[in-house]
Design a protein around this ligand. Structure first.
Ligand code: ATP
Ligand code: MG
Length: 144
């Protein structure tokens, strides 16, 4: 089952992310799908706030992985510039999961078969200047 949200500001997207973050646990992978500028990094900012981690969540041009520690351990990856799963493996994908990170991933298609079946999928579509739709697969979908 999917749940759908509509947001009309950055703050509303943060609120959806905060709610979604409540049932995240160590070792979860969150796939953020959507075009350039859809709001994947913005959504991640909401996750970071809810997970009580430190450090600004940014959209780094030269940085593919950012580690955020605090109450929880969140790792934010932007795989846009990577080619395939060999590249993704090389930046420590498995190590992060083994260390109990919550892995939040933009452009997750690059990770190919590294993506666990139970990954949580969040799809953000831009419908206008500040209008976004956010579709989230419920956890149960991934267990079937
Ligand atoms: N309702 C909204 N939700 C999220 N972002 C919004 C919303 N309305 C406007 N925006 C703007 O849209 C932009 C989203 O940028 P963001 O960096 O989050 O996108 P992204 O999906 O991470 O892009 P990229 O693929 O380039 O990393 C921001 O400038 C943000 O201020
Ligand atoms: Mg981004």
């Amino acid at each position: 089952m999917k749940v759908f949200f509509e947001t009309r500001s950055v703050e509303e997207t943060w609120n959806v992310a905060r709610e979604f973050a409540k049932d995240l646990k160590a070792g979860d992978v969150v796939c953020l799908e959507g075009d350039l500028g859809a709001g994947k990094t913005t959504f991640t900012q909401g996750l970071a706030a809810a997970l009580g981690v430190k450090g600004r969540v940014t959209s780094p041009t030269f940085c593919i992985v950012q580690e955020h520690r605090g109450e929880r351990f969140m790792v934010h990856m932007d795989l846009y510039r990577l080619k395939d799963e060999a590249d993704v493996e090389a930046i420590g994908w498995n190590d992060y999961l083994a260390r109990g990170a919550i892995l939040v991933v933009e452009w997750p298609d690059r990770a190919g078969s590294l993506l666990p079946a139970a990954a949580r999928r969040v799809r953000i579509n831009s419908k206008g200047e500040e209008f976004r739709t956010i579709a989230i697969d419920s956890r149960a979908d991934n267990l079937i």
